[in-house]
Design a protein around this ligand. Structure first.
Ligand SMILES: [Zn+2]
Length: 110
């Protein structure tokens, strides 16, 4: 584990270099924050922009109900890949989606 010299958080992702001195290794979050500041994004907007970026890169999970089989499939979109990451019998239900998420995986290209 590395410790970021800016936010003091432990992280395992590849380090970013601080733009301030070009040698301090910082966590990717702080690296992104500094990059946004360098682009002129105002302090109070940085968090907002970071949330949007994080949202866009995290997998999207949704359910697809098949009336024919009375089954609900849990789907996950990551980039341009869609995976079935679980399924259960019956209609879509948040609790069941959480319970069966990740129990079955099959990846296919759209
Ligand atoms: Zn940091």
């Amino acid at each position: 584990m590395k410790i970021c010299s800016i936010c003091k958080k432990e992280y395992s992702e590849p380090s970013a270099l601080s733009r301030k001195d070009n040698q301090t290794e910082i966590c990717p979050d702080c690296g992104l924050r500094e990059a946004l500041e360098a682009f002129g994004v105002k302090d109070d907007k940085v968090q907002e922009v970071m949330d949007v970026i994080t949202d866009a890169t995290k997998p999207q999970v949704y359910t697809m109900y098949s009336a024919e089989g009375d089954m609900t499939f849990i789907m996950e979109d990551k980039g341009n890949t869609t995976s079935v990451v679980g399924f259960y019998y019956g209609t879509p239900d948040d609790e069941a989606t959480k319970e069966f998420y990740g129990k079955t995986t099959a990846t296919f290209e759209m």
